[in-house]
Design a protein around this ligand. Sequence first.
Ligand SMILES: Cc1cc2nc3c(=O)[nH]c(=O)nc-3n(C[C@H](O)[C@H](O)[C@H](O)COP(=O)(O)O)c2cc1C
Length: 338
Amino acid sequence: MIDFSTQYLGLKLSGPIVVSSTPLSENIDNVKRMEDSGASAIVLVSLFEEQLALESKALDEDLSRGTDSFAESLGYLPDLRDYRMTQEVYLEHLRKCKEAVKIPILASLNGATTGGWVRFAKDMEQAGADAIELNTYALATSKSQTAAFLEGQILELVAAVTSAVKVPVSVKLSQSFTSIPHLVSQLEDAGARGVVLFNRFYQPDFDIETLEVRPTLHFSTPSELLPRLHWAAILYGNMKADLAISGGVHSAEDVLKGIMAGAGVTMMASALHIHGIEHISRVLADVRYWLEKREYTSLWETRGCLSRRSVPDTSPFDRGNYIKTLSSYSLRQTVGAF
Ligand SMILES: Cc1cc2nc3c(=O)[nH]c(=O)nc-3n(C[C@H](O)[C@H](O)[C@H](O)COP(=O)(O)O)c2cc1C
């Protein structure tokens, strides 16, 4: 029998597949099915900084206006209705998830700046969250915002959350940083126990007929896994915090690649939307079959075996890969063209 057990954020987990933040876990039956299918932990959908700020603004307005109905004040803030859960609903859902399953439940906060809303992490902890994932999605839209400023904001935010709670905090990063190893080391100094590679960047699409800019959400494909593998392989062995890969994990091969790059866990969202929650058990069975055929006794024997520090030739992780890929492509093209 293959041993799948692992540690992530100091939590003992039963296997390599964690369900990443998605609305699928807004339903308690789904949460139970995730556990039954072999998910080793679940990250709940995010609560957004903007949502918390709006709710607190509504409350302030209520108090200053002397009205007695918080719900009524929400009517002044129509945008709030677009969000999936209010704070209270979120905490109640978190408590229900904790009662319904034994696997760890991670709450998710999505924000970019430090503010009063950060205190909500404490409420998540009190409601039973085993850990908190911080999604730090920030965009530079002004030329006055330097890279150092934006990174500083994230570090401040992480330090504020880690000092507010005792449970471990992981940081879900965007891919767009110049020096990811340096940032990760600073995140560790700010108290982060784990790093999730990576947030997906949901760019809006343009409709050239209506001249509108529209939000779009496409599910991922396995090709999105490659930059995650690349960075996990570079980071593994050079950091204390645990690594998770989120983005493009669809099959057993993807899970194995993630672990071989050095991740402690791999996360799934799109694959579950596409194939259903029970896809987790099929993928785990395939991982087990692959390992048994090669006479491994535990998944962790493969951990990091394709990381930058484990392979004899590190050039594929450096400029060497870039040069080799481009030059081999142009040679093939030349042969075909003449
Ligand atoms: C419908 C949907 C909703 C999502 N909502 C959140 C969210 O609230 N917070 C978050 O951090 N990530 C959210 N994500 C991103 C996923 O957690 C995940 O990081 C991303 O989809 C990449 O993983 P995948 O390739 O397995 O889909 C969402 C993804 C999907 C498909």
